[in-house]
Design a protein around this ligand. Structure first.
Ligand code: HEC
Ligand code: HEC
Length: 194
């Protein structure tokens, strides 16, 4: 609705000015404190293999992960170094800033229908939506996974399964025990293409 009313307002203006205003409204500035983060993570959507997109991520979830990186409960050398000196107030401030970045969205060709059918059956069997939300955008301390990078999703699910990534809550470690390698591949390919 907000998008629609903005277009309604802009339509009455001279085309050049309208385009300028629409552009300004779409390109939200990256918060200054995230300057050291965007080099690796991008400004919402990551272009780098193995580095997660952070745009629109749930702030409460980001707090839990920055805490885990700082305490070395989640082992990932670049992030353990990044978070080493963070105070509790820093965790919250970075998390709130990250949540304002525009969320990632798949822009490539649509997923193969057979893949979609297999993955949706897995989502329903394991009730991914009951925690991550109907559209997989997360809520509270449960992460947005919609349109996350495919290899990041696959790596996360494998790491929960092998318990090399202990969640702040054991839910994902339990869910992942029931996933085969083929299930993980299908889920990652499907969720990345939403
Ligand atoms: C040198 C590159 C690099 C820099 C700089 C960096 N990150 Fe990361 N970040 C990573 C990588 C790689 C991962 C994935 C870690 C893994 O393998 O689990 C990650 C993971 C994360 C995650 C977990 C995301 C998820 O979906 O679980 C958060 C949150 C995060 N980074 C926030 C930040 C913030 C905030 C900053 C700036 C203060 C930052 N990062 C700077 C490389 C970087
Ligand atoms: C009972 C609630 C619950 C269910 C069901 C659940 N999840 Fe999760 N999920 C979580 C929580 C909580 C986390 C954060 C754990 C942590 O600290 O790493 C998480 C994290 C994740 C992550 C890591 C995201 C990131 O940015 O690193 C992925 C991927 C994921 N879930 C996928 C799934 C999929 C796919 C399903 C269904 C097969 C599923 N989840 C079912 C609660 C759930």
């Amino acid at each position: 609705m907000r998008g629609r009313s903005r277009i309604g307002v802009v339509r009455g203006l001279a085309p050049a000015l309208g385009a300028l205003l629409a552009g300004a409204a779409l390109a939200a500035p990256v918060p200054e404190r995230l300057a050291p983060c965007v080099a690796c993570h991008g400004s919402g959507t990551s272009e780098t293999e193995g580095v997660p997109s952070l745009g629109g991520q749930q702030a409460d979830y980001v707090v839990t992960q920055l805490f885990q990186f700082r305490e070395k409960q989640r082992e990932a050398p670049p992030m353990n170094d990044v978070a080493a000196g963070f105070s509790d107030d820093d965790l919250r401030a970075y998390a709130d800033a990250v949540a304002t970045l525009p969320p990632p969205a798949w822009s490539g060709p649509a997923a193969d229908p057979a893949l979609v059918a297999r993955a949706q059956a897995l989502v329903s069997k394991h009730q991914c939506n009951s925690c991550h939300g109907a559209d997989l955008t997360g809520r509270d301390a449960i992460p947005r996974i919609r349109a996350q990078r495919e290899e990041v999703l696959a790596q996360a699910l494998s790491a929960y399964k092998s318990n090399t990534r202990p969640g702040y809550d054991p839910a994902m470690n339990e869910v992942a025990q029931g996933l085969s390698e083929a299930d993980i591949k299908d889920l990652a390919a499907y969720v990345a293409r939403l």
